[in-house]
Design a protein around this ligand. Structure first.
Ligand code: SF4
Ligand code: SF4
Length: 363
């Protein structure tokens, strides 16, 4: 039955975009036992062990990477997989590498080879797994910071929590290099925060931008068409503007990135829904942190303060958001020592009280 399901999946019609069908790259034991797993456990941090009804067993070693990999790193990692693994590898959505082997005896040498090459093994269970981040400079035209850089410098500091499973529950940290698009939603999220309205280069607007599209983009109707120096351009009602940055992608002359005014903000308590609970939306806890490459020390200090307060104070199995819900936000600010400022008050009129964002049945 399971074999039939896999064969059907392999016949998926090719599409011109998106990633290829992953089934063709799976370890043969995973194809053979597709949908027929009896149980799984974790013999040590960074290693998953799955046992099938057929009696087959498979071990998966999870490795942290720097995400943006060049040919040197890819060749190095693939050589290790070929020599110590069984030639099958996949990436998780958090840019961890997973290598599958069919024998427990292969796990130790594989981990040793990754560690010797400088790659940590971990990110499973109650660890701080790899920080997920948005595409950034490599693929996108609107980043206000280097999301990969923030991740690399933070994971260098949180390395010890990646290779152990000593948090109250799993911790997902995310980063986002703009405020509006593929932005982070996590237990702790580091997101760009623009703090001033866009500055318009009027000479370029007429050549580059479709003015109606830009006007339509603004969520608070702050943009109007205007004639400036005899040329068609735009103007922004700065009292209305919420500095979201939505006008910059369709119209780059609406420059909003700025080394001084583009900051980083930290949000806490987001998580996806699951079979038992609704999603939780993260809330702003620190605003206006300097966007300070190459190591972002101010951001690292705040993230570590939140993380280690959570580690010390939360009960077993509480996610960061559950912990804050239990102790209350005033106590969160007391315990972490973060200042509560006017920037934490959500006074935007467009905010909705309850977003219908889960599939749970309501009556
Ligand atoms: S978060 Fe924004 S800037 Fe970063 S990759 Fe996504 S869309 Fe681009
Ligand atoms: S930054 Fe956002 S709110 Fe301000 S003008 Fe542009 S789209 Fe409108």
């Amino acid at each position: 039955m399971a074999q039939v399901a896999v064969e059907k999946k392999q016949m998926r019609t090719p599409i011109e975009s998106g990633c290829p069908d992953g089934v063709q790259y799976m370890h043969p034991l995973m194809i053979k036992n597709f949908g027929n797993w009896k149980y799984h456990d974790r013999p040590r941090p960074g290693v998953l062990h799955h046992v099938a009804y057929s009696g087959d067993e498979i071990w998966t070693v999870r490795v942290g990477t720097q995400r943006q990999l060049g040919p040197y790193e890819i060749n190095l990692l693939c050589d290790i997989v070929d020599k110590y693994g069984e030639g099958h590898v996949r990436f998780t959505i958090r840019s961890n590498l997973e290598v599958m082997v069919s024998k427990w005896e292969k796990v130790g040498p594989l981990i040793q080879a990754f560690n010797d090459a400088g790659y940590p093994v971990g990110g499973t269970g109650n660890s701080v797994t790899m920080i997920s981040h948005t595409q950034g400079w490599l693929h996108c035209d609107i980043p206000g910071t280097d999301a990969s850089g923030v991740v690399k410098s933070l994971m260098d500091e949180l390395y010890g929590e990646f290779i152990k499973e000593e948090m109250p529950n799993r911790v997902h940290i995310t980063t986002s290099c703009c405020q509006i698009n593929c932005g982070g939603q996590g237990d702790i999220a580091i997101n760009v925060q623009h703090t001033k309205p866009p500055k318009i280069n009027h000479d370029l607007v007429a050549n580059v931008c479709e003015r109606p599209s830009v006007v339509a983009r603004c969520p608070v109707a702050a943009i109007r068409p205007a004639i400036v120096n005899g040329k068609p351009s735009l103007e922004v009602d700065e009292k209305k503007c919420i500095c979201c940055g939505a006008c910059y992608p369709p119209c780059p002359p609406m420059q909003i990135n700025d080394p001084e005014h583009s900051k980083l903000a930290i949000w806490v308590g987001g998580k996806n829904s699951n079979a038992r609970s609704k999603p939780m939306f993260q809330k702003l806890v620190a605003a206006g942190l300097p966007n300070n490459p190459p190591r972002w020390p101010e951001v690292a200090t705040v993230v570590k303060k939140i993380l280690y307060t959570y580690k010390k104070d939360a009960r077993d199995w509480e996610r960061v958001g559950d912990w804050v819900e239990r102790i209350g936000w005033p106590r969160f600010f007391e315990l972490t020592g973060l200042p509560f400022t006017k920037f934490h008050i959500d006074n935007w009129r467009g905010a909705r009280n309850s977003l219908n964002a889960s599939a749970h049945i309501r009556f």
